[in-house]
Write a protein that binds this ligand. Structure first.
Ligand code: DQA
Length: 146
Protein backbone atom coordinates (compact mmCIF):
# COMPACT_ATOMS: atom_id res chain seq x y z
CA UNK A 1 0.00 0.00 0.00
CA UNK A 2 1.77 3.15 -1.23
CA UNK A 3 0.89 6.40 0.51
CA UNK A 4 2.24 9.82 -0.44
CA UNK A 5 2.55 12.45 2.30
CA UNK A 6 2.51 16.04 1.02
CA UNK A 7 3.33 19.04 3.20
CA UNK A 8 2.69 22.54 1.90
CA UNK A 9 4.26 25.97 2.40
CA UNK A 10 6.24 26.92 5.50
CA UNK A 11 6.01 23.43 6.97
CA UNK A 12 9.72 23.00 6.18
CA UNK A 13 10.21 25.49 9.03
CA UNK A 14 8.48 23.37 11.66
CA UNK A 15 10.44 23.34 14.89
CA UNK A 16 11.29 27.03 14.66
CA UNK A 17 8.03 28.36 13.20
CA UNK A 18 5.52 29.60 15.83
CA UNK A 19 6.25 26.64 18.17
CA UNK A 20 3.43 27.74 20.51
CA UNK A 21 1.00 26.83 17.68
CA UNK A 22 2.81 24.13 15.70
CA UNK A 23 5.00 22.48 18.36
CA UNK A 24 8.76 22.14 18.48
CA UNK A 25 9.16 19.01 16.37
CA UNK A 26 10.78 19.34 12.94
CA UNK A 27 9.13 18.03 9.78
CA UNK A 28 11.90 15.45 9.44
CA UNK A 29 11.14 14.16 12.98
CA UNK A 30 7.40 14.04 12.22
CA UNK A 31 8.15 12.02 9.07
CA UNK A 32 10.41 9.60 10.95
CA UNK A 33 7.75 9.10 13.65
CA UNK A 34 5.19 8.41 10.94
CA UNK A 35 7.46 5.80 9.34
CA UNK A 36 7.79 4.05 12.74
CA UNK A 37 4.02 4.26 13.30
CA UNK A 38 3.34 2.83 9.83
CA UNK A 39 5.73 -0.07 10.45
CA UNK A 40 3.85 -0.92 13.63
CA UNK A 41 0.51 -0.74 11.85
CA UNK A 42 1.37 -2.97 8.93
CA UNK A 43 4.44 -3.98 6.96
CA UNK A 44 2.49 -3.46 3.73
CA UNK A 45 2.56 0.35 4.09
CA UNK A 46 5.14 2.25 2.04
CA UNK A 47 5.43 6.00 2.65
CA UNK A 48 6.91 8.71 0.43
CA UNK A 49 7.31 12.32 1.52
CA UNK A 50 7.12 15.56 -0.46
CA UNK A 51 7.26 19.14 0.78
CA UNK A 52 6.93 22.26 -1.35
CA UNK A 53 6.32 25.96 -0.87
CA UNK A 54 4.87 26.23 -4.39
CA UNK A 55 1.25 25.54 -5.33
CA UNK A 56 2.09 24.40 -8.89
CA UNK A 57 4.67 21.89 -7.65
CA UNK A 58 2.13 20.41 -5.27
CA UNK A 59 -0.39 20.12 -8.12
CA UNK A 60 2.22 18.47 -10.40
CA UNK A 61 3.06 16.00 -7.63
CA UNK A 62 -0.63 15.12 -7.19
CA UNK A 63 -0.90 14.59 -10.98
CA UNK A 64 1.94 12.05 -10.77
CA UNK A 65 0.10 10.01 -8.16
CA UNK A 66 -1.11 7.11 -10.34
CA UNK A 67 1.19 4.59 -8.61
CA UNK A 68 -0.15 5.43 -5.18
CA UNK A 69 -3.09 4.09 -3.20
CA UNK A 70 -3.56 7.10 -0.96
CA UNK A 71 -2.56 10.64 -0.11
CA UNK A 72 -2.07 12.39 3.23
CA UNK A 73 -1.91 16.15 2.72
CA UNK A 74 -1.29 19.12 4.94
CA UNK A 75 -1.86 21.91 2.40
CA UNK A 76 -0.90 24.54 5.03
CA UNK A 77 -2.10 28.03 3.98
CA UNK A 78 -3.24 26.66 0.58
CA UNK A 79 -6.01 24.94 2.55
CA UNK A 80 -7.80 28.25 2.69
CA UNK A 81 -7.09 29.50 -0.84
CA UNK A 82 -6.45 26.69 -3.31
CA UNK A 83 -9.36 25.47 -5.42
CA UNK A 84 -6.61 24.23 -7.79
CA UNK A 85 -5.17 21.74 -5.28
CA UNK A 86 -8.67 20.57 -4.40
CA UNK A 87 -9.44 20.08 -8.12
CA UNK A 88 -6.19 18.12 -8.62
CA UNK A 89 -7.18 15.66 -5.87
CA UNK A 90 -10.64 15.28 -7.41
CA UNK A 91 -9.19 14.89 -10.94
CA UNK A 92 -6.85 12.04 -9.95
CA UNK A 93 -9.52 10.37 -7.76
CA UNK A 94 -6.78 9.62 -5.21
CA UNK A 95 -8.12 8.69 -1.78
CA UNK A 96 -6.94 11.53 0.42
CA UNK A 97 -6.83 12.54 4.08
CA UNK A 98 -6.42 16.19 5.08
CA UNK A 99 -4.20 16.94 8.07
CA UNK A 100 -3.56 19.99 10.22
CA UNK A 101 -1.29 20.30 13.22
CA UNK A 102 -3.40 23.09 14.73
CA UNK A 103 -7.15 23.21 15.21
CA UNK A 104 -8.02 25.44 12.25
CA UNK A 105 -11.57 25.83 13.60
CA UNK A 106 -10.46 27.49 16.83
CA UNK A 107 -8.18 30.07 15.15
CA UNK A 108 -8.73 33.09 12.89
CA UNK A 109 -11.98 33.10 10.87
CA UNK A 110 -10.09 32.91 7.57
CA UNK A 111 -8.68 29.52 8.61
CA UNK A 112 -12.12 28.01 9.25
CA UNK A 113 -12.79 27.29 5.58
CA UNK A 114 -10.98 24.44 3.83
CA UNK A 115 -11.18 24.20 0.04
CA UNK A 116 -9.46 20.80 0.36
CA UNK A 117 -11.90 19.04 2.70
CA UNK A 118 -14.50 18.31 0.02
CA UNK A 119 -11.89 16.36 -1.99
CA UNK A 120 -10.91 14.15 0.96
CA UNK A 121 -12.33 11.11 2.71
CA UNK A 122 -11.73 12.82 6.04
CA UNK A 123 -9.89 15.56 7.88
CA UNK A 124 -7.92 15.63 11.13
CA UNK A 125 -6.97 18.89 12.83
CA UNK A 126 -5.62 19.98 16.17
CA UNK A 127 -3.63 17.02 17.49
CA UNK A 128 -0.26 18.46 16.49
CA UNK A 129 2.11 15.81 15.06
CA UNK A 130 -0.29 13.04 16.15
CA UNK A 131 -2.72 14.34 13.48
CA UNK A 132 -0.55 12.64 10.84
CA UNK A 133 -0.71 9.28 12.65
CA UNK A 134 -4.49 9.56 13.03
CA UNK A 135 -4.83 10.35 9.31
CA UNK A 136 -2.64 7.37 8.37
CA UNK A 137 -4.68 5.05 10.58
CA UNK A 138 -7.94 6.29 9.06
CA UNK A 139 -6.68 6.10 5.49
CA UNK A 140 -5.13 2.66 6.00
CA UNK A 141 -8.38 1.27 7.42
CA UNK A 142 -10.40 2.87 4.64
CA UNK A 143 -8.15 1.47 1.88
CA UNK A 144 -8.07 -1.99 3.47
CA UNK A 145 -11.85 -2.20 3.62
CA UNK A 146 -12.47 -0.65 0.20
C1 DQA B 1 -1.79 24.35 9.14
C2 DQA B 1 -2.90 25.38 9.39
C3 DQA B 1 -2.92 26.46 8.32
O1 DQA B 1 -3.94 27.40 8.59
C4 DQA B 1 -1.59 27.20 8.28
O2 DQA B 1 -1.58 28.15 7.24
C5 DQA B 1 -0.44 26.28 8.20
C6 DQA B 1 -0.45 25.03 8.97
C7 DQA B 1 -1.67 23.36 10.28
O3 DQA B 1 -1.05 22.31 10.07
O4 DQA B 1 -2.15 23.61 11.39
O5 DQA B 1 0.58 26.60 7.59
O6 DQA B 1 -2.12 23.63 7.96
Amino acid sequence: MKILVINGPNLNLLGEREPEIYGSTTLEDINQELIAFAKNLSNEIELEFFQSNHEGEIIDKIHSIKDYDGLIINPAAYTHTSIAISDAIKATKIKAAEVHLSNIFSREDYRKNSFIASSCIGSIAGFNKTSYKMALLGLYDYLKNE
